[in-house]
Design a protein around this ligand. Structure first.
Ligand code: ADP
Ligand code: MG
Length: 622
């Protein structure tokens, strides 16, 4: 697409990018009942542009109409069936019109196109309702749209964009003195109801009440505008929080948690933060992570303030407003301002308090929180030492005692047995695998509880969780565990000499894959397990790398065989009559693979199939 001629006197006809045409087609043919959201989209664009203008003027007064009020105007003409939306924002040059209103830059809209391409027309209306597709949503209600705009840059000229929502649009010079943008919609016959001031006012109140700039209709201001976060929390109604949340996130569900914090000392800060109910909020995600907007003196400084909360709180959405932030500096400098540290500290500890209150007061809602966001709390354990105590209280675990009910570390501690000085945990590929792990044998026999960790993040979490209230954490696969208490001895099924032969044979078969093959002192029912005498932390980090596919084979471990196992005894007997017994070879290899599999360390389980076939054939032969 060439844009060189865009300053030529005659309007130029251009075609929309293919993906825009698709969106337009879908919009024009959607039987969408909630079409009013087109106004929300236009107002949000106007507000974005006013934000950019305001920010520009902090450092640059060489702009068109520096004194113009930053505002949005919405008018309806019921006779002509038109609506106009104007703003005194940055405006656009003709090149910018082509660039911004001829393609789809928004990733959500692109995803929308992909979704609907899969023929899913029915879902289209739902998706539009939830996420909007930005500017193009005007074509749900209009059959002709004009955009008359003039950039704030002094040398720029006014430009006019026009389209009927088919494959093309025109761009040419326009007549306009003031900075900003005016969008005129010629409404479709069946959308004439929108050319009504009262109806527009209703829609604005519903979707755009907290837009930070005044929205006028005639000479009346429609929106409340006063920042909700600057009010005293007791003056704010539950519904207003909901509205703010919906306007910030476009999430139709209510948030799981909200926090309104308004302080003057030690730092001036007004903030409303939300924890969404779900981590993923629908077919198309506006974003995977939350966003906290940063304002100072009502100016939006950062659309997405990265360092305002620790990284593991990146699911939190909301607004932070502080008069103490330096204004006339770059965005980078704002991020590193000393006051940011104070804000961060205050917000972080408040969020922790709120989450801990939720945990102690509303187990059910906290369980919902943990399900969605527990993984972030685990990340916090590994990365935020300062808030460790608060984070520890939030952790929830599966254990061999209560497999579906989650427990806290405090509960674990209250149930330790006589002489127990450590917290035992087991890493597994899944909860099911963990529950069948041979490592549990001696613990179950002694009535000792074991935490079952089966999330990829758990290994990472453990790097920050080496002890809890004086109890060390201990991986149950460590080679030289000394367990408290006692259990009835499991009687050996083979004599020492026969066991030595099978251990030796196993080492020969497995070679470098194992460090050693030895008799287990702890196993009771299970035939074999893998243990390690390497440092647990290094091993757990390596495990994460492996699960992420960044590292191959696990470091060799020690294979323990159980002399009390009937299977081991049978294999030993087979070896006695035939030192090269192929069934024993296959069985040893399979026992090793089984152990890897349960640990979640097997790189390619499909390779086991031929061997399993061989074993099945042998079993079938009897
Ligand atoms: P988004 O707002 O998510 O970027 P839209 O489709 O709503 O997507 O808008 C596309 C782009 O058009 C905006 O990013 C902006 O650059 C430009 N734009 C739209 N409306 C205006 C406006 N009123 N003033 C200035 N630029 C605008
Ligand atoms: Mg937009």
């Amino acid at each position: 697409m060439t844009t060189e001629q865009s300053t030529a006197p005659a309007p130029e006809a251009l075609t929309f990018k293919a993906e825009v045409q698709q969106v337009l087609h879908i919009l024009a043919h959607s039987l969408y009942t909630d079409r009013e959201i087109f106004l929300r989209e236009l107002i949000s664009n106007a507000s974005d542009s006013l934000n950019r203008m305001q920010f520009e003027m902090l450092t640059n007064r060489e702009v068109l109409d520096p004194e113009a009020e930053l505002a949005i105007r919405v008018e309806a003409d019921s006779e002509a069936k038109t609506i106009t939306i104007s703003d005194s924002g940055t405006g656009m040059t003709s090149d910018e019109l082509v660039e911004h209103l001829g393609t789809i830059a928004q990733s959500s809209a692109r995803a929308f196109v992909q979704q609907t391409q899969e023929g899913n027309k029915a879902a289209a209306s739902e998706i539009i309702g939830q996420f909007g597709v930005g500017f193009y949503s005007v074509f749900m209600v209009a059959d002709k749209v004009t955009v008359l705009s003039r950039s704030f840059r002094l040398e720029a000229e006014a430009a006019l964009w026009e389209s009927s929502g088919d494959a093309t649009f025109q761009v040419g010079p326009g007549e306009r003195e003031q900075r900003g943008t005016t969008i005129t919609l010629q409404l479709k016959e069946d959308a004439a109801e929108f050319a009504n001031s009262w109806r527009l006012e209703q829609i604005i109140k519903r979707h755009s009440d907290f837009v930070a700039f005044p929205i006028y209709s005639g000479d009346r201001q429609i929106n409340q505008q006063k920042a909700l976060w600057r009010r005293a929390p007791r003056e704010v109604e539950a519904e207003q929080y909901q509205n703010l949340y919906r306007q910030l996130t476009l999430d139709a569900d209510a948030p799981l948690l909200q926090l309104h914090l308004s302080t003057d000392v030690p730092v001036d800060m007004h903030s409303i933060l939300f924890v969404p109910a779900k981590r993923e909020r629908g077919l198309i995600e506006r974003r995977i992570e939350g966003k906290v907007k940063l304002y100072s003196r009502k100016v939006l400084i950062l659309e997405e303030a990265k360092d305002i909360l620790p990284n593991y709180f990146r699911f939190v959405e909301g607004v932070v407003d502080s008069e103490d932030l330096p204004l006339n500096v770059s965005r980078e400098a704002v991020q590193s301002a000393p006051v940011m540290q104070r804000i961060r500290k205050t917000l972080t500890s408040r969020l922790h308090r709120e989450l801990n209150d939720l945990a102690s007061q509303d187990a059910e809602r906290f369980a919902a929180f943990w399900k969605e966001f527990g993984v972030f709390i685990k990340e916090g354990i590994a990365t935020d030492y300062e808030n460790r105590n608060e984070l520890l209280k939030l952790l929830r675990f599966n254990s061999n005692r209560s497999s579906d009910e989650l427990i806290t570390l405090e509960q674990y501690k209250s149930r330790i047995v006589d002489g127990q000085t450590e917290i035992y945990y087991l890493l597994a590929s899944s909860l099911e695998a963990g529950c069948t792990s041979p490592h549990l044998d001696p613990f179950t026999a002694r009535g000792i509880e074991v935490l079952i960790l089966h999330d990829i993040m758990d290994g990472f979490m453990l790097s920050g969780l080496r002890d809890y209230e004086g109890l060390k954490l201990r991986n149950v696969d460590e080679a030289n565990l000394e367990l408290p208490g006692s259990a009835e001895e499991a009687a050996p099924q083979v004599d020492d000499a026969a066991f030595a032969r099978i251990a030796e044979r196993a080492k020969a078969i497995l070679g470098d894959k194992v460090k050693e093959v030895r008799a287990s002192k702890l196993l009771r029912d299970s035939p074999a397990r893998l243990v390690s005498d390497d440092d647990a932390m290094g091993r757990e980090m390596q495990r994460i790398q492996q699960m992420l596919g960044r590292e191959g084979e696990a470091a060799p471990r020690i294979l323990e065989l159980n002399p009390a196992s009937g299977l081991i005894a049978s294999l030993a007997r087979r070896l006695e009559s035939d030192a090269d017994d192929t069934v024993t070879t296959a069985a040893i290899e399979q026992l090793y693979d089984n152990a890897l599999l349960i640990e979640g360390l097997h790189q390619n389980p499909a390779t086991m199939v031929p061997r399993i076939m061989k074993l099945l054939e042998a079993a079938a032969r009897g």
